[in-house]
Design a protein around this ligand. Structure first.
Ligand code: SAH
Length: 397
C-alpha cells in the first residue's frame, strides 16, 4: 500500500470500519499524507497507525468508499476480476440466469463489495452506472472484463453515468457504448415475459429489475381480478397481471413516455390484447376519480418520496394519502400491493404510514406478504443503508 496516499483517521474513528462498514465520513479524517484527486485510491490507517484497508476517495461527506478490508490487497485488474466473478457466481448460484430470465442485476454497489458501481444485464447487453469518480476511472477496464466473467454472454456494455457521477466531479461524460455496440432492438426476458429495456431514454438503467419477485407474486393474485397498476413505468406489473389471467389491467403513469413503453411491452407479449388499457395521468388525480369497487387489485409503486431524512415527514404524508385513496376505492376482497423505494423511509415508518391510511379509510386490512428487494440486489449486512425497497401485500375486506 506504499505507492498510494495514506489517509489517517482521528482517534477512535476506526470502530465502524472494524465492523466492515464501507463508508468513511469526512469528519472522521485526521489527514492525508499528500495531495490527491477525487477518485484516487487511499490506504486507510487508524490514529494508532494500524492499516485498515483501501478505498476510493472523494472530497464529499462520504469521503472514502472502501473496496477492501484486506490490508495486503492491491487494486489491479485481478482485484476487479475477482470481485466481478464473485458477483456473477452469486447470481448463477441463485438460479437467476436462464433463457427465460436473462435480466438481472450483476453488481449492486456495497451489496457486492463494489461501492459506487451498478451493473444491470439485459440479455447480451450490460448497462453500467458509476456513482463515484473512482469507479468512473476504472469503467473501461470493468467493461472489458464483463464478457470474460459472464462466459461470453455479455457482448456490449452501455455506460450511463452522465447523471450519476457527483455534480462537483470535474468530468464530462456522455452516455454510450464503451464496449461492443448493440444497436439492435434488444428484447430481454423476465421470468418468461419479454420487454424492451430502454437504457437510452429510460430511467436508471432502463428497467426496474428490483420488482422481479414481487411481480411474480402479483401474478399469483391476478386471476379474474380487475387490476390497476399505478406508477406503471414500463408496465412490469401489468405484464405479470395479464399473464396471471387478470380480467383487465389499467396502467397509469404521469409520463407519456412511460405509457408508450408500457404499451409496447404489453404488445410484445399479448398481441391485440383487449384486456389492457394505459392512461397518462397523475396518480392522485386518477385515483380520486375512479368509482369505489372498480378494481380488486391495486399496485402502488411510486417514485421515492423522500430522497433524504430531511423531507421524511412530507414523504410519509404522501404515502399515507396515496394509500388512503387506494383503500377507499378498492373492492371488498381486494388486494393492494404497496411499495416504498425511499431508502430514507424505514420499513417500520412505511408500515406505520400504511396502517394510518387503513384506519383513515376505515377498512379491515390484513398483511399477506412483506416484500423486499430480490436476491440480485443483496444487502451487505454491515451496510444496512443498502436496504431500500419495502412492500406490503394487503387483503382488504
Ligand atoms: N412500477 C414500476 C416502477 C415505477 S417508477 C416498475 O415496476 O417498473 C415510478 C414511476 O412513477 C415513473 O415511471 C414516473 O413517471 C411515475 N410517476 C411519478 N410521479 C407520478 C405521479 N404523480 N403520478 C403518476 N405517475 C407518476
Amino acid at each position: 500500500m506504499n505507492d498510494i496516499a495514506k489517509l489517517t483517521l482521528k482517534a477512535h474513528k476506526e470502530e465502524s470500519l472494524k465492523r466492515f462498514h464501507p463508508w468513511i465520513f469526512s469528519g472522521a479524517i485526521a489527514g492525508i499524507d499528500r495531495e490527491i484527486d477525487e477518485g484516487d485510491l487511499v490506504a486507510v490507517y487508524s490514529a494508532n497507525g494500524d492499516p485498515l484497508g483501501i478505498g476510493h476517495f472523494a472530497p464529499s461527506t462520504i469521503a472514502v468508499r472502501m473496496l477492501s478490508f484486506d490490508t495486503g490487497e492491491t487494486i489491479n485488474r485481478d482485484f476487479w476480476l475477482k470481485r466481478l466473478s464473485a458477483a456473477y457466481k452469486l447470481r448463477e448460484s441463485l438460479g437467476l440466469i436462464s433463457n427465460e430470465n436473462n435480466s438481472y442485476r450483476l453488481v449492486h454497489g456495497e451489496g457486492d463489495n463494489l461501492p459506487g458501481l451498478i451493473i444491470d444485464v439485459y440479455g447480451d447487453t450490460a448497462v453500467m452506472q458509476a456513482h463515484t469518480l473512482g469507479m468512473h476511472n476504472v469503467a473501461g477496464l470493468i467493461a472489458e472484463l464483463l464478457p470474460e466473467i459472464t462466459g461470453g454472454a455479455v457482448q456490449a456494455v452501455y455506460y450511463k453515468s452522465a447523471n450519476t457521477l457527483p455534480h462537483m466531479a470535474d468530468v464530462e461524460v456522455e452516455d454510450g457504448f464503451i464496449f461492443g455496440n448493440n444497436s439492435n432492438v434488444n428484447v430481454a426476458r423476465e421470468n418468461g415475459l419479454q420487454f424492451y429495456p430502454d437504457w437510452k431514454r429510460g430511467q436508471k438503467t432502463g428497467f426496474f429489475l428490483d420488482q422481479r419477485d414481487n411481480r411474480a407474486l402479483l401474478k399469483a393474485y391476478a386471476d379474474g381480478r380487475r387490476v390497476l397498476n399505478m406508477f406503471c413505468y414500463t408496465g412490469g406489473f401489468s405484464l405479470f397481471a395479464l399473464a396471471g389471467n387478470a380480467e383487465k389491467v389499467v396502467s397509469v403513469d404521469s409520463s407519456s413516455k412511460a405509457i408508450d413503453l408500457a404499451v409496447r411491452n404489453v404488445a410484445l407479449n399479448f398481441a391485440n390484447s383487449t384486456r389492457h388499457q394505459a392512461v397518462a395521468e397523475d396518480a392522485f388525480r386518477y385515483l380520486e376519480q375512479i368509482e369505489k369497487g372498480a378494481y380488486d387489485l391495486i399496485v402502488l409503486d411510486p417514485p421515492a418520496f423522500a430522497k433524504h431524512r430531511k423531507v421524511l415527514h412530507n414523504a410519509l404524508k404522501g404515502y399515507r394519502r396515496l394509500n388512503t385513496i387506494a383503500f377507499e376505492k378498492i373492492a371488498s376482497g381486494g388486494v393492494v400491493f404497496t411499495f416504498s423505494c425511499s431508502q430514507a423511509v424505514s420499513r417500520e415508518e412505511f408500515r406505520q404510514a400504511v396502517f394510518s391510511a387503513a384506519a383513515a379509510a376505515k377498512r379491515e386490512v390484513r398483511i399477506l406478504h412483506q416484500m423486499t428487494q430480490p436476491s440480485d440486489h443483496p444487502i451487505n449486512i454491515y451496510h444496512p443503508e443498502g436496504e431500500y425497497l419495502k412492500g406490503l401485500a394487503l387483503y382488504v375486506d
